[in-house]
Design a protein around this ligand. Structure first.
Ligand SMILES: Nc1nc2c(ncn2[C@@H]2O[C@H](COP(=O)(O)OP(=O)(O)OP(=O)(O)O)[C@@H](O)[C@H]2O)c(=O)[nH]1
Ligand SMILES: [Mg+2]
Length: 296
């Protein structure tokens, strides 16, 4: 799916409504801006973010005479910058730990990351550190077969840290370039499960100095505001390096989630653009805003 298609519902929620507000070249006067704020608010941005977006938009339009669309794009870029992704490590293998709540899209994201790595000519190992469900190992193995890459799984009940350890040691021995570690979905209010995640993270570092090089939190963009608390609580359990936003294609909350990534001050490394094997894209804020606001 193209970014324009992925964000069509989000664009509908923000830009299409603003088009109504500013139709026939209506000026960005206080009444129009109040309506614009209302429209942005309804896209799940929250009061604070909607207010900030509109006041920035008004200031930018006021000093530059820009039409509302360009002013909005600039307001979102200036007011809600998302930090750039950290550069990739030169260590081999690079270990990537993928975490998140149940069903957020972790396993699918791993498969799509594997696809990107393969396309870049890297040797990949998939590691299933979800040892709760036998089906989790099967799902990952299925992806491994489809992509033609090795998948390391351990029987249900195995310590997930031990599975991660084995995977990293295996990759060190086999000369793999990238290790993608899948973890079980977990709700952040389950203390024991969050402690387990801290432990998996620690064990990775013991298996290989510097690992995991990336710890990605996969967030289902369609859940809206609650991704904030999810991210904060996962961030307490392990040092996150970036976010992956999935299911943007089915939600109107793209703008809202972008504002949240800004507040979390975490890079958005990738966005899910559909359910297929290649439906994962590097995040580019300027391109995202173009697609979100439209008219470009
Ligand atoms: N439309 C859409 N669907 C997605 C996207 N990412 C994942 N999905 C779907 O979300 C569902 C759950 O994906 P999984 O990858 O199994 O999620 P998970 O986080 O591994 O789930 P658990 O291991 O059970 O916690 C699947 O049906 C995926 O196809 C996306 O970017 N867009
Ligand atoms: Mg999974």
């Amino acid at each position: 799916m193209s970014l324009l298609e992925v964000l069509s519902r989000s664009r509908e929620a923000i830009a299409s409504r603003l088009e109504g507000v500013f139709r026939h070249g209506r000026e960005l006067d206080p009444a129009a801006l109040a309506e614009a704020e209302e429209a942005i608010l309804e896209s799940d941005m929250g009061w604070e973010a909607a207010g900030k977006a509109v006041s920035l938009m008004s200031a930018i339009a006021g000093r530059s005479g820009m039409p509302w669309r360009d002013a909005l794009k600039r307001a979102l870029a200036e007011g809600f910058p998302v930090p750039p992704s950290a550069p990739r490590t030169k260590d081999r293998p690079e270990v990537v730990l993928v975490v998140g709540v149940n069903g957020s899209g972790k396993t699918t994201t791993i498969a799509r990351l594997a696809r990107l790595e393969l396309d870049a000519g890297r040797r990949v190992l998939l590691v299933c550190a979800d040892t709760f469900r036998a089906a989790a190992a099967e799902q990952l193995e299925q992806w491994g077969r489809r992509l033609g890459i090795e998948t390391l799984t351990r029987p249900p009940g195995t310590d997930p840290g031990a599975a991660a350890w084995d995977g990293i040691r295996r990759a060190l021995a086999s000369g793999a370039d990238t290790v993608l570690v899948d973890t079980a979905g977990r709700l952040p209010n389950r203390r024991g499960l969050m402690d387990e995640l801290s432990k998996i993270h620690r064990v990775c570092g013991k298996a290989m100095a510097g690992a995991p090089h990336r710890s990605l939190l996969v967030l289902d963009a369609s859940v809206g505001q609650s991704v904030m608390t999810q991210a904060e609580q996962f961030g307490d359990a392990l040092p996150l390096t970036g976010l992956v936003l999935t299911k943007l294609d089915g939600t109107a909350r793209g703008g809202a989630v972008l504002a949240m990534a800004h507040r979390l001050s975490l890079p958005v490394d990738y966005i899910g653009t559909g359910e297929g094997e290649r439906d994962l894209a590097l995040f580019d804020q300027a391109a995202f805003l173009e697609a979100l606001v439209g008219g470009g």
